[in-house]
Design a protein around this ligand. Structure first.
Ligand code: AKG
Length: 323
């Protein structure tokens, strides 16, 4: 069993006045900066649901349930299939699924419900601070969902973009560079699937971590990130982490990331290997524009930047094609 140390959720401070076109802040008691400090120190931070008043959990749950059911019956081809950990995945759900990809794909009838939460103004303020760039540099990336697997399943310990084969020096060098993106889990139901080793985003693996079984149940210092419905965990995707799933417990956790135009080629691969480029070129949120959605201006700007990233990057390949 995994260690069940409690995670601490940041309390709700007063909202500061923020200049959204830069990353400057105007209050001494700054919740964005507090989140950044936690993320830098621990490699993850859990934010309370009260910080995101415009997230509409009932609508998101309805949309998530529809799409998960569609995916389990083979009618949604963008899935994470058992027992594969990394992209690419096939579209056959018969061995079971543990994730649903491309929530904002226009062929999902509820894509605008998901897009509203992805381009949420308050979420973007946190993202902008955590990435450390100006608003106009933010790049749309991925919006997927992690779901209850159809049978027992675990992910091995990993960093999202540094292979387990990396030497000490390679790890230290990669971890010393800015990632230029933010990644989060927004739990629609209580979720205790993500396990991290706090602080491991800043250092190479210890001898114990390197020598451990890839599915080791108890790494020294590991911590289960316990989310209540509506809470958001931002985490450094190169923190040492894994997923341990309970096939009997509902899981619908929205799993998003947003980048910056300051990101490099390795970021392009990490994002584009999921196949988002295949549909985002042909869809510029025209339907949301027609409906006058409040968030559509932000979406269109960020989507343009993703299209440019794809054009510049070309064929990016995969991080770990066969695992
Ligand atoms: O299930 C989770 O929350 C973790 C997922 C994960 O580690 C991954 O997608 O690489």
């Amino acid at each position: 069993m995994a260690t069940t140390t409690e995670t601490t959720t940041l309390t709700t401070p007063p909202n500061p006045i923020i200049n959204t076109s830069s990353n400057e802040f105007d209050t001494p008691n700054d919740p964005y900066k507090a989140a950044l400090d936690s993320l830098k120190r621990d490699g993850f931070v859990v934010l309370p649901a009260s910080l995101f008043p415009s997230f509409d959990l009932p609508s998101l749950r309805t949309a998530a349930s529809h799409l998960a059911a569609t995916a389990r019956t083979g009618k949604w081809p963008y899935i994470r299939t058992l027992p594969k950990q990394f992209p690419p995945w096939g579209s056959d759900p018969s061995a079971g699924i543990w994730g649903v990809q491309h929530l904002m794909h226009p062929s999902n009838p509820d894509h605008l419900t998901f897009a509203k939460s992805y381009f949420d103004e308050e979420l973007l303020r946190y993202v902008q601070t955590l990435v450390g760039c100006a608003r106009e540099e933010l790049v749309m990336e991925l919006y997927n969902m992690l779901v209850r697997p159809d049978k027992a399943f675990e992910l091995r310990w990993h960093r999202d973009d540094i292979p387990a084969s990396a030497t000490d020096e390679e790890e230290t060098s990669r971890l010393g560079h800015d990632g230029w993106h933010a990644q989060w889990n927004l739990a629609l139901y209580d979720d205790a699937s993500l396990i991290v080793v706090p602080g491991s985003h800043k250092r190479a693996r210890t001898a114990a971590e390197r020598g451990a079984d890839p599915y080791e149940a108890n790494l020294p210092g590991q911590l289960v990130v316990k989310l209540k419905a509506g809470e958001v965990a931002f985490y450094d995707n190169n923190i040492l982490h894994r997923g341990v799933y309970d096939a009997t417990k509902e899981r619908m956790t929205l799993h998003g990331c947003i980048g910056s135009t300051r990101g490099d080629g390795s970021r392009a691969r990490n994002v584009l290997q999921h196949g988002v480029g295949d549909w985002v070129r042909g869809y510029a949120f025209e339907d949301a524009e027609r409906l006058g959605e409040e968030w559509v201006g932000r979406a269109r700007v960020m989507r343009e930047k993703l299209v440019s990233l794809g054009e510049k990057a070309g064929d990016v390949g995969f991080f770990s094609k066969d695992e």
